[in-house]
Design a protein around this ligand. Sequence first.
Ligand code: SF4
Length: 465
Amino acid sequence: MVQSPTKPLPKKLHIKTFGCQMNAYDSERMAEALQPAGFELTDDQSDADLVILNTCHIREKAAEKVYSELGRVRLTKEARKARGRDTMVAVAGCVAQAEGEEIIARAPVVDIVVGPQSLHRLADLVAERASTGKRLVETEFPAQDKFAALPLRATGKRQVSAFVTVQEGCDKFCTFCVVPYTRGAEYSRGPAEIVAEVERLAARGVREITLLGQNVNAYHGDGPDGGAWTLAGLLRRLAEIPAIERLRFTTSHPRDMDEDLIALFGDEKKLMPYLHLPFQAGSDRILAAMNRKHTAEEYEALIERVRAARPDLALSTDIIVGFPGETDADFEETLALARRVRFAQAFSFKYSARPGTPAASLEAQVPEAVKKERLAMVQALLEESRHAFDRDTVGRRLAVLFEGKGRKPGQIAGRSPYLQAVHVEGPELLIGHIAEVDIQAAGPNSLTGVMKSGFEWREPVQAAG
Ligand code: SF4
């Protein structure tokens, strides 16, 4: 029997986002894709007619964490049902892609499972679920370009800094990583579409753009001139947009840092002196086992070349400790490399097996206690390195892009070129603008300073977009 097409659709939407900035971007786009169907975002899950868990597969036991979260969602759904209200539940993101039908089998609370490449179909899936009552799984990698199918980004609340996904997927197949399986092969959006999105963001007040991609520096979009644009070409074009004052990109692979991109750090003032470049391990034996396709020496030589182009470059990285077969000597090489490079920021993790990846079936798994000890050691070193970098900025004058109010009354907060949080006393009028700040102190997680002496606020002359 066909149910009434007039059945009202749910209208309040709650999205819980796990994982990386790319997932945060996807969540924004999902909310925008559902807006024309009448959905409004709510922070309160118990008020939501549609709950979406936008999941991440990178962390340990990712799928199990999603199932326990779904247990909590089930309680909310039951409580709402007791009040006579229905709740639709969707699982999106990389766990949805990896688990697919398994989620429908194990979690009766779930109505829709949708992979990252299909999120533009969400409104259709919600309507289909409401009208047919059928539970749905959409995890194909469709040929249709989801970015083209998504609605234009809405003009929402004031935002100073925005993420724009320009590339998805990965062909590198590092042996520990699920991304090539969950996000598929490398794919780049067309430059014209990206430029148009950034121009719209600029027109609504965005001043800083971070280009996102699992392998962002492998970007190769089909340019309007018929040629393939690299990331450097795309950044150069975006730098021409007058209201965009800062550009960043993440995450890069050392193999894809071409000379043009390196040179851009020296040539393009709008490209911020900050580079996130994972090295994962300092031992060549482990790097080979990880299929990283570079040695430690090549990584350091690359860093030197980027630093030659931009001497004040701040570096950030990802490190995995306890990869299968990692000895104390291998781990020492990771510590030594981290000491030599002096990272301004770093993210370090214990290796944990991802089902289906080659490293998961390696025999020489490192005992948990050893991984824990190594992680503590590397984190202590990286923390010291981060504080040293922050301390070195005390006494300097830095250009700060102000993004919002600070922690204390009268304070405003922003980011330095090196992505450090900076708090300063100043007028809220400065939010959305760049001003110079004399840095006076480095706290555990942020810097504090004063506006450059003689500072006087004037409305800057800026293009509308
Ligand atoms: S390059 Fe990055 S995304 Fe690609 S497989 Fe390796 S770790 Fe995963």
